[in-house]
Write a protein that binds this ligand. Sequence first.
Ligand code: SF4
Length: 357
Amino acid sequence: MYLRKETRPVQVGNVTIGGSDQVIIQSMTMTKTHDVKATVEQIHRLEEAGCQVVRVTVNNEEAAAAIKDIKKEISIPLVADIHFDYKLALKAIENGIDKVRINPGNIGRRERVEAVVKACKERNIPIRIGVNAGSLEKHILDKYGYPTAEGMLESALHHIRILEDLDFQNIIVSMKASDVPLAIEAYKKAAESFDYPLHLGITESGTLFAGTVKSAAGLGTLLSMGIGNTVRVSLSADPVEEIKVARELLKTFGLVSNAATLVSCPTCGRIEIDLISVANEIEEYLSKIRAPIKVSVLGCAVNGPGEAKEADIGIAGSVGEGLLFRHGEIVRKVPEKDLVAELKKEIDLLAEKYEKT
Ligand code: SF4
């Protein structure tokens, strides 16, 4: 077992990554960063969904310049994603970025690395080293023949050493691969080799459906071992979906304390209501609730209330109506057409109660 809290804590704006069992949720915008209005709008949507740190691509001068204006409009830490161009990193730092994702071994001459490290030190800004199986250094690929966990670790250690030689330890590392077993192996090796916080991700994992399954398999395995201090689920979808998946994943391992959970039955021939629509509607509603309540939605009353004893509140379908129950006890009957509205009201009441405590 690798314990999350045994990593160093690294400060990213007002969020601490590592040094505790908390796992921070992050995502990346898909807007053109220089389009401040669209980028800020997307960040606000991400924030509302539960995103705690957000990354933007800084691929040109305009994007680096936009950092200043974006920062004014958002309250979560902002990360600059930079490939190769150290000048863009310097510009992003100057404009108030909270973290830089850049691989020091890829930015050329030592003076360039020194300049970035100096600027980060002055403002206490961490650097994320992003190792990616798909873009390993040539000498590593030549040595191993193809991307391996050993090669990925070698790459991470190479970049880490460059920063450590400049007395810089404000580091976070990711070991991404789209091959799930490879990513798991690489992250395990990283957790055994150094105590910098780990940013988890299964890169290019695919669409909402396939990517969710792959991410759950890979990140879930790592989280269950105590590995990972921040997660980014990568999906070919609206980034808000990435946050939803990440929250659900963390909830599964008891790593989110303010999220509501839905229990819904798999349905069978005993079903008495349109359970699938009810479950989907309630799931969407619960995604905005910031209280640890458990809600149960069951298709019939045969096993319903008994099966959902652990739920704070729930419904079980009956002919043309539903039974509303709390902790397995029936409270009242509600006509089927009012079921969702009544359940939402009960959820709000419970959430309010949590807010007050
Ligand atoms: Fe079937 Fe009722 Fe169980 Fe749902 S709660 S799976 S409808 S028996």
